[in-house]
Design a protein around this ligand. Structure first.
Ligand code: SF4
Length: 105
């Protein structure tokens, strides 16, 4: 018997799965010269769940200089102040940002 899944957790997992599948499309659109997607806001529900901040210096758990720019889920042009993240489809994150899903793998 399995315990029922928290609706907020289920929603986040769906968004994460969608993000992984759609992220390349957002990056391709940006590279093609289309309108830049909006930045993820810190008050976005998914951003809140992942403790996303636009400036990693404000996240005590962001250690060793970890930022979105060095995260394996980030895609952005070298030197750009923002890029795409597989966890936030259709939006951009700040290169200087950070969230609890940070991965250096
Ligand atoms: Fe995305 Fe990684 Fe930045 Fe988190 S730390 S918002 S997973 S790029």
């Amino acid at each position: 018997m399995t315990a029922p899944m928290n609706p907020a957790r289920r929603s986040l997992l769906r968004r994460l799965a969608l993000g992984v599948s759609l992220a390349p499309l957002g990056a391709a659109a940006a590279e093609a010269g289309g309108a830049a997607p909006p930045l993820v806001g810190e008050n976005d529900p998914a951003a809140k769940m992942l403790h996303y901040v636009e400036d990693a210096r404000r996240a005590s758990a962001a250690t060793g200089g970890a930022t979105c720019e060095s995260c394996s889920l980030y895609s952005g042009a070298s030197g750009a102040d923002r890029g795409s993240c597989t966890l936030f489809p259709g939006k951009l994150v700040k290169a200087s940002g950070w969230c609890s899903a940070y991965s250096s793998l």
